[in-house]
Design a protein around this ligand. Structure first.
Ligand code: NDP
Length: 311
C-alpha cells in the first residue's frame, strides 16, 4: 500500500519536502511523489492540497483522499468520487492561530484607519480621525469550529465584544453564541466586523448575496478567510457601491488566482490577499503519516470529513 503526495500548490510546499517530513514520522511507509508514482495499483491514499476533478479515478485501489489543509469543498464537488473513498482533512492549531492573527490585524488596521491614512499620505493630506475602541466594537465570527474558536478567543483577549454563529448551538467563554439560519440576521445587523471562518458547503455557498447584504450594519467590514464561494462577488460590489457595508477584506475568492479582469482588483473598498491567512501546517502534518499507518492497520482514521454535511 502506498501514499502518493501530489500537492499542486506552486510556491507553497514541494511534494519532496512533504515526503521527507512524513518519512521522518513513519519511516516504514511507502510514500511517493507525483513525479515518480510507480505502479498506480499500489496507491491507496493520496495527499493533495489542490484537487483535480476525476483525480481519484487514476488510482484503481484508492481508499483515502487526504487534504493537506482544512477546506475540502474542491474534493467533495467531484461527482465521480466513489462513495467508498473516504476524505480526511488536517486540524491544526498553527494555521488557526495564523488566521486569528490575520483577522485581528485586519480589524486593528480598520480601527486605527490605517488604510485611510495611507490614501491621505499619497495626497499629502493631514487629517486626524478618532480611533474606534475595542470594547465598543462588536466582532462576529461566522463558523465556530477549530479556526473560529481560536479566532473568537483572540478577539475576546483583545477586549472586543464577540458574537459567534455556527450550525449547531455552541457555548464559548466570553462569546455570545448564535446558531442556525434563523439567527443569522441578528448576527449580521449587530456586527461592526464580520469574520467568516465557514467552510464551503451547499448551505453556505453564496451566503452573502443581494438578500443578506442589506441586513448588514452599513459601517460593517466583511473579512472572509473561509472560502471564496461564500460571497456572491457581483452582489458584493453592488452592495459596496450602494453603501450597504463599508469594506471587504478578502483572503479567498471564487476563482483563485483572481482573474485580471475582476473589478475587485481596483475596487476602493476591497482589500485582497492571495489566500495566505493560514499558511504553516505545524505538527498536524504528521497526521498524514498517521493516517497512512492507520489505513494499513485498519484503525479508525483521523479527521474524517462528513461527506453529507460537506465539512
Ligand atoms: P471546522 O469544520 O472545524 O468548523 C466549521 C464551522 O462552520 C463549524 O462551527 C460549523 O458549525 C460551521 N458551519 C458549517 N456549516 C454551517 C452552516 N450551514 N451554518 C452555520 N455554521 C456552519 O472547520 P475549521 O474551523 O477547521 O475551518 C473552517 C474553514 O476555514 C475551512 O473549511 C476552510 O474553508 C477555511 N480555511 C481557510 C484557510 C485560509 O488560508 N484562508 C486555511 C484553512 C482553512 P458546527 O460547529 O455547528 O458544526
Amino acid at each position: 500500500m502506498a501514499l502518493l503526495i501530489d500537492i499542486k500548490q506552486p510556491g507553497w510546499m514541494e511534494d519532496e519536502e512533504l515526503q521527507a517530513i512524513l518519512l521522518k514520522a513513519y519511516s516504514q511507509g511507502d510514500i511517493r511523489c507525483a513525479a515518480d508514482p510507480g505502479n498506480l495499483d499500489d496507491i491507496e491514499m493520496i495527499a493533495v492540497s489542490s484537487y483535480e476533478i476525476g483525480e481519484a479515478l487514476r488510482y484503481p485501489k484508492l481508499r483515502l483522499v487526504q487534504k493537506i489543509g482544512a477546506g475540502v469543498n474542491g474534493i467533495l464537488e467531484d461527482d465521480s468520487l466513489p462513495a467508498s473513498i473516504q476524505v480526511a482533512r488536517l486540524k491544526s492549531n498553527t494555521p488557526a492561530h495564523e488566521m486569528a492573527e490575520f483577522s485581528l490585524a485586519c480589524v486593528l488596521q480598520e480601527q486605527r484607519h490605517l488604510r485611510h491614512y495611507r490614501d491621505n499620505q499619497s495626497r499629502w493630506y493631514w487629517q486626524a480621525l478618532a480611533p474606534r475602541q475595542a470594547h465598543e466594537t462588536t466582532v462576529a465570527i461566522l463558523g465556530l469550529g477549530m479556526i473560529g474558536n481560536i479566532t473568537a478567543q483572540r478577539f475576546v483577549d483583545n477586549r472586543f465584544k464577540v458574537i459567534g454563529w455556527s450550525r449547531t448551538k455552541k457555548m464559548l467563554p466570553g462569546v455570545e453564541c448564535f446558531h442556525g439560519e434563523d439567527q443569522l440576521a441578528e448576527v449580521l445587523k449587530t456586527a461592526d466586523y464580520i469574520v467568516s471562518m465557514l467552510p464551503s458547503t451547499p448551505e453556505t455557498v453564496n451566503l452573502f448575496n443581494s438578500e443578506t447584504f442589506p441586513l448588514l450594519n452599513p459601517d460593517a467590514t466583511l473579512i472572509n478567510c473561509g472560502r471564496g464561494d461564500l460571497i456572491d462577488e457581483a452582489d458584493l460590489i453592488e452592495a459596496l457601491d450602494k453603501g450597504l457595508l463599508a469594506a471587504a477584506i478578502l483572503d479567498v475568492m471564487q476563482t483563485e488566482p483572481l482573474t485580471v479582469n475582476s473589478p475587485m482588483w481596483r475596487h476602493p473598498k476591497i482589500v485582497l490577499t492571495p489566500h495566505v491567512s493560514g499558511w504553516h501546517l505545524g505538527d498536524a502534518v504528521n497526521d498524514i503519516a498517521e493516517n497512512l499507518r492507520r489505513l494499513e492497520s485498519g484503525e479508525a482514521l483521523l479527521h474524517l470529513v462528513n461527506r453529507e454535511l460537506g465539512y
